[in-house]
Design a protein around this ligand. Structure first.
Ligand code: MGP
Length: 373
């Protein structure tokens, strides 16, 4: 069985792997540290947020997720994009924040392989009132992306424009997913990925080797967002189209930036790398990789112009908000390179506003009343 697109309103039930711990005594020892931080991970934790035990290690804290959602929505890699594909939905940390950045995305797709984790994500999205704003897919994101590309090539099931699945024998579930994927134009889509980093041992490395990231390394992630050569060759009309989806990758703070830079060929637009910090310490970085690296001169010029404008604005904002002490990535991880730019970092504690306070209070009231019922 391949990946399954959940129908509107379809929800996986919470199961024995989904927990809402209320007392320290219930919490497995290795996640107690995270449980102590539960309210900075989910502000509404007490409103019945559920997680699987392994989700605690990788879930993005809400203030960080909120800031990423804000940055991504206005980043030049997202210009003209309306479909956001979250490859590793997890317990919903990022995808909920994307859904809360109201109106920015016409479609947000969350893919999650583990049934219990997906049940938690859906439940948590309901707590945040955004369950219906997300399209849920149960399955392996690499399989989903394979289908995404196949729906664009003649080797696969069809062509862009919604008719991809016609005339083929497939399971109903996959047919619906193919129909959805085929309906998107390449130039409308953007990928976000917060992959597993292979446990917490990443902390022991001074410079994190992204080629050894487990179970999926950087190259595999990038490849999933790249049209396979055979699809391109088979379908001449795609020759002129964008072949690489822009992507925002959530990676260890000390990731080797040269490995990220090496993904894009010389002459391609620059990559932005932002360190996201809490209390002055980086939690992780996000690399904003432009897609369409074959961009013609005009398009590249436009991208660089937008990027320049955005960066000038951000530098102005930073001057007012960044505290004096910010962690620096280790030198080896970020020695000068032309292909990326790490010139700014964000300390999230400084500004956590994702919605104005009135909206926040309204949501809190709603949550409290539904919790009491
Ligand atoms: P952490 O490993 O707890 O480091 O994760 P921290 O908080 O610096 O702990 P310390 O004891 O070293 O000070 C920091 C953040 O990284 C978490 O909040 C997650 O957002 C993210 N993170 C950690 N892991 C192990 C993963 C992972 O496997 N995948 C993803 N996507 N994010 C992770």
């Amino acid at each position: 069985m391949g990946p399954k697109l959940l129908k509107k309103g379809e929800k996986f039930p919470l199961d024995e792997n989904c927990h809402h711990y209320t007392k320290l005594g219930e919490v497995p020892w290795d996640i107690q540290k995270y449980w102590h931080q539960r309210f900075s991970i989910f502000e509404f934790y007490d409103y019945d947020i559920h997680l699987t035990d392994s989700a605690w290690f990788g879930v993005t804290p809400e203030p960080v997720a909120t800031r990423i959602a804000r940055d991504l929505s206005t980043h030049p890699i997202a210009d003209g994009k309306r479909v956001l594909i979250d490859l590793f939905g997890g317990a919903g940390g990022n995808v909920i924040a994307f859904a809360l950045s109201s109106g920015r995305w016409d479609r947000i797709i969350a893919i999650e392989k583990d049934r219990s984790t997906l049940a938690c994500a859906q439940h948590n999205a309901e707590v945040y009132d955004v369950l219906d704003k997300i399209t849920w897919v149960h399955g392996d994101c690499f399989e989903v992306m394979k289908r995404f590309w196949e729906t664009r090539g003649t080797k696969g099931r069809g062509r862009e424009g919604g008719e991809a699945a016609k005339g083929q024998e497939q399971e109903d579930d996959n047919e619906e997913l193919d129909g959805l994927l085929a309906g998107f134009k390449l130039e409308e889509c953007l990928v976000f990925a917060s992959p597993p980093w292979g446990g917490v041992s990443y902390r022991d490395q001074e410079v994190f080797d992204l080629s050894k990231m487990e179970p999926y390394n950087l190259e595999q992630l990038y490849k999933a967002c790249t049209m396979p050569e055979e699809e391109k060759e088979e379908h001449p009309s795609t020759q002129k189209q964008k072949r690489i989806l822009p992507q925002a990758l959530f990676l260890p703070r000390q990731s080797d930036l040269n490995q990220i830079a090496a993904l894009v060929p010389e002459g391609a637009p620059k990559i932005d790398v932002i360190q996201y910090c809490q209390k002055g310490a980086s939690k992780a970085l996000v690399a904003y990789l432009p897609g369409n690296i074959d961009a013609d001169k005009e398009e590249k010029k436009q991208y660089e112009e937008n990027r320049g404008q955005k960066k000038r604005k951000q530098d102005d904002d930073q001057e007012q908000t960044i505290p004096e002490l910010l962690p620096e990535a280790p030198k080896e991880a970020s020695e000068a390179h032309d292909a990326y730019d790490t010139s700014y970092a964000q300390d999230i504690e400084v500004d956590t506003s994702k919605v104005d306070n009135a909206e926040k209070r309204k949501r809190k009231r709603r949550r409290r009343s539904s919790h009491n019922n």
